[in-house]
Design a binder for this molecule. Structure first.
Ligand code: G4F
Length: 308
């Protein structure tokens, strides 16, 4: 757990508050990827079979504001972890949360394990270092270390500042009269959105292999942010009619004419990743992994959970 002066366990409270689980099946330690000795101590104490390095400053837009910290955690944090493993002399399997953001200004469509990288944010550049240091440590020291190149994966637990959860929450709040309108950034961005629980299953499968390798995990479908808005608002009875272009685009309710969505440049990124669509063929062949939840069902799952 990352130390903080406020409670940060909201998303695991159901485990945290269960006396059959906490300190019986689930053990928590304070940890920080900027602190090598802390990592060494945790590793010595836990002696894990598998490590999933999901720790990161993971917000792409925020990485433009705190680039150095993003590199410190996302890039150097990964080498600290790998080096701690070597230093403590353990041989756990290591999973690295690599990302479709590595493809950035995409060199080909769809993207697979052989597509060249072209990162477009301080976040993606930091993750590029992490990707290669995992490959390097695998080759240099024979560590079982694998990259999962995961495309966007969403669920009701998604942080509120990421676009899917933000849209879902606004659609419902607007319907309930407690929010005026949704302010949004680039409506034309295309993402390959999958369902997070299935992606966690893929992470686990990656570490159950006999040989460490890197895998793309994706649905193979791409949709715009605008489409995500259309479907979410439809769930609460609005049909959006879009008007205008770029910074001036707005979405109105077809029946009432009410303004629902407005573009705000404050959410634009200095450099954007316009289009992501992954090819999960290798994962299907070698991991027996296939995504079941596709775009429409994903929106419905998130809307249903938020409504509850
Ligand atoms: O939801 P997003 O912020 O996710 P993004 O940037 O694709 O990154 C997420 O997925 C990556 C791949 O798995 C991870 F590596 C990364 O850590 C993170 O989890 O934005 C999605 C798209 C972008 O093109 C963005 O410009 O939505 C666009 N967008 C438009 N309006 C917005 C907004 N994004 C956010 N966060 N907020 C907006 O108002």
């Amino acid at each position: 757990m990352r130390p903080a002066s406020v409670f940060t366990s909201e998303r695991i409270d159901h485990l945290f508050n269960d006396p059959e689980i906490l300190n019986k099946r689930l053990f928590l330690y304070w940890g920080d990827l900027t602190d090598s000795s802390n990592l060494n101590r945790i590793l010595e104490k836990v002696n894990p079979d598998e490590i999933y390095n999901l720790a990161a400053q993971s917000h792409v837009k925020v990485s433009f504001d705190i680039p150095e910290y993003t590199a410190e955690v996302d890039a150097l944090g990964t080498i600290r972890f790998l080096d701690a493993i070597r230093e403590v002399g353990l041989k756990p399997k290591f999973y690295q949360a690599s990302t479709s953001e590595l493809y950035g200004k995409v060199a080909e469509i769809p993207q697979d394990e052989n597509t060249p990288f072209y990162p477009r944010s301080p976040y993606a550049v930091a993750k590029l270092y992490a990707y290669w240091i995992v490959v390097n440590y695998r080759e240099a020291y024979n560590l079982f270390a694998s990259n999962g190149i995961l495309f966007n994966h969403e669920s009701p637990r998604r942080g509120k500042t990421f676009v899917t959860r933000k849209i879902v929450r606004s659609a419902i709040n607007i319907k309930r009269g407690i929010e005026d309108k949704l302010l949004i950034g680039n409506l034309n961005a295309k993402r390959d959105w999958g369902y997070a629980p299935e992606y966690v299953d893929a992470m686990w499968r990656i570490l159950q292999q006999d040989v460490a390798e890197d895998f793309v995990i994706a649905t193979g479908e791409t949709h715009t942010v605008r489409e995500f808005c259309d479907l979410s608002f439809k769930e609460v009875g609005y049909e959006i009619i879009w008007d205008g272009e770029g910074e001036n685009e707005k979405g109105f309710d077809k029946t009432s004419g009410k303004l629902l969505v407005e573009v705000s440049p404050q959410y634009f990124r200095p450099t954007e990743v316009d289009l992501l669509i992954g090819n999960p063929k290798k994962a299907k062949e070698k991991l027996g992994w296939e995504p079941k939840v596709k775009f429409e069902e994903l929106v419905k799952i998130m809307m249903d959970a938020e409504l509850k």
